[in-house]
Design a protein around this ligand. Structure first.
Ligand code: SF4
Length: 315
């Protein structure tokens, strides 16, 4: 089938899209609309620019992404290729990958040409340096992340019991009320007693939203694999503290996530000029919300006029 270039992206929903929308409407506009088609040679400079900015990563985001990718690869290597690794080797690899992003940031030519393959640090782009305290914080966490991964309840289970893997950091989607809803399950497996387990690795601090998001994943497993809720166990594995929260689907929380989805999509659609085409209103209709110092960590500082709202380091 020929690749069709559409002027606007398909409308979809995900928990992270909702969080961006709730956090700042202008940032939502830049992330989900302004850079659409920005990867195509024939697109406007404005589209390309927004797309490049979208592909930058803050240090915490880069660390989280790298750790997640390495954990998925470690499990895959163990079970598909019988190849085993150590926490020290993973720490080393994570450092190399962070270093690659640093090098890209110093010489951003590759990012400029192919931003999705060559991310750079947001902090380096805008502030010319990484926050040393934050860098040392994450540097100190890399080894514990991987040690805690190997010692985690999930790893104990999957290495000591016969389990069947179903999904490993896969992008999947389902339809709710006709809207495509994306979910990314870090790990989905079935144990010998036919109980299904969804594990979410967390590199940050616990938040009440963590459980809410897992309810959505449970709904996906329930619908997609026809699994009764009673047979689905949810695990939040906190890699900073080596702690695990295990719980089952809670009807009230499930109802909450559906309510959230409904309200969130309603408000997102309220900012469309054409709901069929998913054409957005003008940039100005997406209110900037420069609160709690979050602009400092925003990828779109240089194209958002809200940068006037805080003391700027931009040259
Ligand atoms: S700079 Fe601040 S107000 Fe502007 S898009 Fe980013 S977070 Fe929103």
């Amino acid at each position: 089938m020929a690749f069709e270039i559409k002027p606007f992206p398909e409308f979809s929903w995900s928990y992270s899209r909702h969080k961006t929308f709730a956090s700042c409407k202008r940032s939502y506009y830049y992330t989900y609309y302004a850079g659409h088609n920005g990867w195509l040679r024939g697109s406007s400079e404005a589209q390309k620019h927004a797309y490049r900015l979208k592909k930058m990563q803050t240090l915490p985001l880069a660390v989280g992404q790298i750790v997640h990718d390495l954990l998925a690869k470690t499990i895959q290597d163990m079970y598909q290729n019988n190849r085993h690794t150590t926490a020290e080797a993973l720490q080393q690899r994570a450092r190399q990958l962070l270093n690659d992003i640093y090098k890209n940031s110093v010489q951003p030519g590759a990012w400029f040409e192919r931003p999705s393959k060559n991310p750079i640090f947001q902090e380096m782009y805008y502030f010319k340096q990484l926050d040393k305290t934050l860098l040392s914080y994450y540097n100190g966490l890399l080894l514990p992340y991987f040690e805690n991964f190997f010692a985690s309840q999930t790893m104990q289970t999957i290495t000591q019991q016969a389990v069947t893997f179903k999904q490993l950091e896969d992008f999947s989607y389902m339809k709710i009320d006709g809207t495509k809803v994306y979910v990314v399950l870090d790990l989905l497996y079935v144990d010998a007693t036919q109980n299904w387990h969804i594990t979410d690795w967390k590199t940050g601090k616990p938040s009440p939203e963590d459980r809410e998001q897992l309810m959505l994943y449970a709904y996906y497993v329930h619908e997609h694999y026809q699994v009764p809720y009673a047979n689905i166990q949810l695990h939040l594995e906190y890699l900073t503290t080596r702690s695990c929260e295990t719980f089952t689907v809670n009807e009230k929380m499930l109802a909450n996530i559906f309510y959230l989805f409904e309200q969130s999509t309603l408000h997102m659609k309220g900012l469309m000029a054409d709901m069929i085409e998913n054409e957005p209103l003008a940039e100005e209709d997406f209110d900037p919300q420069p609160t709690n110092g979050k602009c400092m960590r925003c990828n779109y500082l240089e194209i958002c006029n809200a940068q006037d709202y805080f003391p700027s380091n931009l040259g």
